[in-house]
Design a binder for this molecule. Structure first.
Ligand code: FES
Length: 249
């Protein structure tokens, strides 16, 4: 199949970028989206041109590195798929595909399609640690956790930190990401000791990084490849208000 690409090219964070046109032929519908970019880069390298830079790692939908906006939608047109799991059979022969980086003040472009998502690392870092008894590893069943709570905590922990929620949000809010990271510890007994401090530190770091506020449009959950739910944001807001009141006393 043939595909016409319009790709955002930008030499560095401090220079103006622009969309550049590329035509690709002899593509298999079974190629992954990233394999198509590999194929393009092989052609650019053979011509001595600078290749298109983009993030990727696992290519299995679990690391969250493949952060691209495809035809205006983070991770492309397929619901709840990552870019690396998207295949060319999703598109039609002769299609024009627009590829851009995730755009947010807190995700500055490094080059082309690569953005710096260090702000996510700093939000997690702000969450600190959990207190645990030192000494021998505790017996695995010494802290009973109800099955539905364990499953719910696992659903929150499924967030892969790709940043699609931020890219989709009109406010560039990272509320879904931050709330998922807060929720999975709030739900478990191991997260109780630092519960109040953690939520305040993480929400404050979210704001300090330049992410916007959540206005509950829900676009974040609609594009999340892991289907992390909006209930996490409601829980974060509730936890934050309780924590601020408790810490004030
Ligand atoms: S490359 Fe790891 S999720 Fe896409």
């Amino acid at each position: 199949m043939k595909i016409h690409l319009k790709i955002w090219r930008q030499d560095s964070a401090n220079v103006q970028g622009k969309m550049v046109d590329y035509d690709l032929d002899n593509l298999s519908p079974d190629m992954s989206f990233l394999e198509m970019l590999d194929y393009l880069n092989e052609q650019l390298a053979a011509k001595g041109e600078r290749t298109v830079e983009f993030d990727h790692d696992c290519r299995e939908g679990i690391c969250g590195q493949c952060a691209l906006v495809i035809n205006g939608q983070p991770h492309g047109p397929e619901d709840h798929y990552t870019t690396c799991q998207t295949h060319l059979r999703t598109f039609k022969d002769g299609d024009t595909i627009y590829i851009e980086p995730f755009r947010a003040k807190a995700f500055p472009v490094i080059r082309d399609l690569k953005v710096d998502r260090g702000s996510f690392d700093r939000i997690i870092q702000a969450g600190g640690y959990i207190s645990a008894m030192t000494g021998r590893a505790p017996e695995a069943n010494s802290i009973p956790v109800h099955h539905h709570i364990a499953e719910s905590a696992f659903d929150s922990a499924a967030c892969i930190g790709c940043g699609a929620c931020v890219a989709a949000c009109k406010n560039s809010s990272a509320a879904l990401f931050t709330s998922a990271k807060i929720s999975h510890l709030v739900k478990l007994p191991q997260g109780q000791v630092e519960r109040s401090e953690r939520v305040v530190m993480m929400v404050n770091q979210h704001d300090d990084e330049g992410f916007g506020s959540c206005t509950h449009t829900g676009e974040c959950a609609a594009v999340c490849p892991q289907e992390v739910g909006l209930d996490n944001i409601a829980r974060m807001n509730s936890e934050y208000n309780k924590a601020v009141c408790a810490l004030d006393q």
